[in-house]
Design a protein around this ligand. Sequence first.
Ligand code: PGA
Length: 255
Amino acid sequence: MNKKLIVANWKMNPQTLAEALSILDSVDEYLGSLEEQELSLVFCPPFVFTEEVGKILRTSHFLHQSELGTQDVSADDNSAMTGEVSGPMLRELGVRYVIVGHSERRWKLGESDEIVNKKLKAALRNEMIPIVCVGERVRDDNFKDFLKEQTLNTFAGLSSDEVARCLIAYEPVWAISTTPGARPDTPQNALESTSLIRKALITNYQLPITNKFLYGGSITSTNAREFLKNEGFDGVLVGGSSVNKEEFVKILSQI
Ligand code: PGA
């Protein structure tokens, strides 16, 4: 059986490197207490901590069960782009995963499907694994059409091999912990959405879709197990709870 994947999206947290290292210390201690390597972890720190976090992930109990990720990548590999970080720079730091299309970037920072699509291509071009986030803002009567359109726009122009290299994260915006009134989705509902996303890709690309699917949105130690034990999900994408070290270790213990 494939190991479940837990992706920690630290967002713009923590505020200091010392705090970041302290989260990793706690996780390392927990990993050391396990008899077997049962977990597969990806840490996506803010850019400024990428290098240091990458060094830690190559040591101790992180070795062979943790990978370095980032929360964004520039659509361009080499151009004058103030404030951007390119795919080649990330590769040089040992980054293997890149989150693209996160709802905070789509809805709060105005990234269109077209921009997300370019970033997705940049991640692939630089041989990183994109964690492609899709999800509706509201679960209304149109959410299925919305999800289908967002999926097709996001993946537009990719070859079948490229689609196959993506990890897909279903993250309904209304379930993200920072959305006012947020509540986690249920595995049942989320599976309806992942099957919709899968179908849209199959119809459009005439492909067998064997991608891994993650769920993200208000994952805590209380609901992590129901997603992690469900065969329909290959793992979870954890935001707020991933920078609370006690809570994050509890989430890991749900596997
Ligand atoms: P959350 O965030 O776990 O805080 O809801 C998930 C995400 O934004 O990826």
